[in-house]
Design a protein around this ligand. Structure first.
Ligand code: BGC
Length: 754
């Protein structure tokens, strides 16, 4: 009874308002799950909790193909419930995926209970491990669109193309909340704002899972990496984080809460530690907060090898066996072991010796089986390719193009140097100008994305997009620099070509990377690229700097010498075309920066900083010896257009409210320029005084609108009580009486909470 009560309350709080039909479906699935569970042996149950990487089953002589005996052993002897990752050498075709899943399914069908194997994949910007799939911008670019509808549509396409690949489960969205911009997975996140991240998280979960996750066009999502993973102190991957629980609740946790409410089916745990506790060992974070407090009913999977790492890296367990006990008791449901079967043997032994209770195993297996039933895997695991005529189609590609176009962010445009005109002679140069690797980044065809130029040979790099528009002979090009190696001869070549050009498009950025291989110790743009920028700046031709990077590499050494700056992040396969269309004004840019672009490595303040983070700026007024402290190169939300937008008539329906009232806000936005354009309208709120120091301002709402020249639209927002609240020292969400300021563009209105 107590349990039922708890579930009802939890469902209420996690906002899952269930229709009668949904309740019936759920009851039917629950009945099937308990029936199946009751027939299972301990070994079969523990097998369900075991996830192995596909290459373990490969034929050593024939990469990419199964060794039938190895697959049989995994499924019949260890009863494995899940497989992940991509067969060698990466990115199989739809047909190869179909053959792979057929082999797995045939083997699973020979087992006693015929439980289907759940296949999971890092399809994080489209079905990025399938040859010929539509590849979208990476998540940081999605955030920059500030367009949740577009992002949701992209996730639907990604789900469609992933299921076409016979894979029902994606390790996405990434809900990390980076606090150090050097982090090598910054670009896998939605940037520095928790509200923007929550909205984007919901858009992705909705798009992936649809109204019926069991449909052949939907996939189960996996929120990752719960929690605090992106907030390492050093900025290096998988290093420790220090995050007080108050902060964790006010920011990081809200993103998960939103995605859980949207129905996210699974979650992957962070490889990191918070305040000295590896998250994989934290009962407090996994069982008490995630499962009980947030009412999360889905599957909790570990990240790669992370139970073993409790022993070998974190050193909180003296043996692998003890690591298994700790993680399972903390609340882990599935172990991404993934290259051996020790988790299975250790856990069977732990249960047999009474060190892990069967109730914990049953909880985990119930969650896993429920997901398998919800995904309809008992009916079907292998895609019928005839059902997917739109895989990689022009329609899907157009959506990826639109998304890339809406993500690209114009940060600076002195003297309207952009848009370019087709008569001008342009020099295209820079280390990222001619490669699909830079446009896609990691998790593209392979883990690090190093083979994107082969897999996406038919797609246009930035240079090729210029050539397609202007004719090959009309574009001057030389690489000018390598990302790492200095090359004076190349610089000289670029400088010579620059004399013949009227403008220079300088493409700088980063190599393809993710995780530890992407760690850096120096946030500045690489030396070889800075050298090229400085050399070109001496030619005295306008330079358009195109940034093609996963994180904001500092450009303060030369930014003042650039006439325009365009951030294209990692825009995916259609990014080259979208960028060049923007540079020529065929598309009006509308992206906005989802983080503060730092100017200096010792000044990494976020836009929603505390007032005391810029003390020197107050003093500076009186005394010139103080350096400016809050001076990002470009602030969160920056994004220019080729037209202008004028804001007027900011109104609120009440100037005094009680702690039950909502407040309605309206503002008028006019396209006061000559081109049609899109504008993201951002509403910020500032609490004047609070017992926990208030942020200078925080984003509370946004909406993207389209406006023809001279057109005016009224944008309406409603703020509720939650928007006025913060987490206090007792870890409770509260609001306090006093004045708040609403800010939209340059307009402000105050109201009083009584
Ligand atoms: C990454 C995860 C990823 C997993 C499976 C890990 O190394 O941290 O984000 O989903 O591998 O490929």
């Amino acid at each position: 009874m107590k349990n039922t009560k708890f579930i009802v309350v939890a469902l209420f709080f996690c906002g899952a308002v269930w229709s009668q039909e949904a309740r019936k479906t759920r009851a039917a699935i629950d009945a099937k799950v308990s029936e199946l569970l009751s027939k299972m042996t301990l070994e079969e149950k523990v097998g369900q909790m075991t996830q192995i990487t596909v290459t373990v089953f490969e034929d050593a002589q024939k990469p990419g193909y199964f060794d039938a005996a190895k697959l049989k052993k995994g499924i019949q002897e260890y009863h494995i419930g899940s497989i992940l990752n991509v067969p060698n050498p990466g990115a199989p075709t739809l047909q190869r995926w179909q053959e792979t899943m057929t082999a797995i399914t045939n083997e699973a069908n020979k087992s006693r209970l015929k439980i289907p194997v759940l296949y999971g994949i890092d399809a994080i910007h489209g079905a990025s491990y399938t040859a010929g799939a539509t590849l979208f911008p990476q998540q940081i670019g999605l955030a920059a669109t500030f367009n949740t509808e577009l992002v949701k549509r992209g996730a639907e396409i990604s789900a469609y193309e992933t299921r076409a690949s016979s894979i029902p489960w994606v390790f996405s969205p990434d809900l990390d909340f980076p606090r150090n911009p050097a982090w090598s997975r910054m670009w896998e996140s939605f940037g520095e704002d928790a509200y923007l991240s929550s909205k984007m998280a919901v858009a992705l979960v909705d798009g992936f899972e649809g109204s019926n996750v069991g449909s052949k066009y939907s996939v189960a999502s996996c929120m990752k990496h719960y929690i605090g993973y992106g907030s390492t102190t050093t900025g290096k991957d998988r290093t420790p984080s220090i995050i007080p629980e108050r902060i964790l609740r006010q920011y990081d946790l809200t993103i998960y809460q939103a995605a859980i409410k949207a129905g996210a089916k699974s979650v992957m745990v962070s490889s990191g530690e918070i305040n000295g506790t590896p998250v994989h060992s934290s009962k407090h974070l996994i069982t008490d907060i995630l499962k009980k407090e947030l009412g999360f009913e889905g599957v909790v999977v570990t990240d790669w090898k992370d139970i073993i790492y409790l022993n070998t890296r974190h050193k909180i367990a003296a043996t692998k066996r003890d690591a298994v006990r700790i993680a399972v008791m903390a609340g882990i449901d599935m172990s991404m072991v993934p290259e051996e079967f020790t988790f299975y043997t250790d856990l069977v032994d732990l249960v047999q010796k009474g060190e892990v209770p069967m109730s914990r195993i049953d909880d985990a297996v119930t969650r896993i089986l429920r997901m398998k039933f919800e995904l309809n895997l008992f009916q079907n695991t292998v895609a019928n390719l005839k059902d997917y005529p739109k895989f990689g189609s022009a329609e899907h590609i157009q959506e990826a193009y639109k998304t890339a176009a809406e993500s690209i962010t114009l940060l600076k445009n002195n003297d309207a140097v952009l848009p370019l005109n087709k008569e001008e002679k342009i020099l295209v140069t820079g280390a990222t100008a001619n490669s699909m690797k830079n446009l896609n980044g990691g998790w593209s065809y392979t883990w690090q994305g190093e083979n994107a130029d082969t897999y996406a040979a038919d797609k246009l790099t930035i240079l090729e997009a210029f050539q397609a528009k202007l004719g090959k002979e009309n574009v001057l090009y030389t690489a000018g620099a390598d990302i790492e190696k200095e090359d004076d001869a190349e610089i000289q070549k670029a400088v010579e070509l620059a004399q013949k050009a009227s403008k220079i498009v300088l493409c700088l950025g980063e190599k393809n990377y993710t995780e530890t291989p992407g760690d850096i110790s120096n946030l500045y743009m690489s030396k070889s690229q800075i050298k090229l920028a400085l050399a070109l700046s001496k030619v005295n031709k306008p330079i358009i700097l195109v940034l093609n990077e996963g994180r904001p590499r500092l450009i303060s050494d030369f930014e003042d010498k650039m006439s325009a700056v365009v951030q294209c992040y990692l825009p995916g396969n259609e990014g080259g075309r979208a960028l060049v269309d923007i540079l020529y004004g065929e598309v009006n840019p509308s992206g906005r920066l989802p983080y503060n672009y730092p100017r200096y490595p010792n000044s990494l303040e976020k836009y929603n900083r505390k007032h005391t983070e810029s003390l020197a700026d107050e003093e500076q007024n009186n005394d010139a010896k103080y350096e400016k402290s809050y001076s990002p190169q470009f602030e969160f939300g920056t994004g220019l257009s080729y037209t202008t937008f004028t804001y007027s008539n900011l109104k609120i329906d009440k100037t005094e409210i009680t702690n039950t009232d909502e407040i309605k806000v309206t503002v008028e936005v006019t396209n006061s320029g000559k081109r049609a354009g899109k504008e993201s309208v951002l509403l910020y709120l500032s609490d004047h005084y609070a017992s926990i120091t208030p942020e200078v301002k925080a984003l509370k709402r946004f909406e993207k609108i389209s406006l023809e020249p001279n057109e005016t639209k009224m944008v309406k927002f409603t703020l509720n009580q939650k928007d006025l609240q913060f987490v206090n020292e007792d870890l409770k969400w509260i609001s306090e009486k006093g004045t708040f300021t609403i800010q939209i563009a340059n307009l402000k209105k105050d109201f009083l909470l009584q």
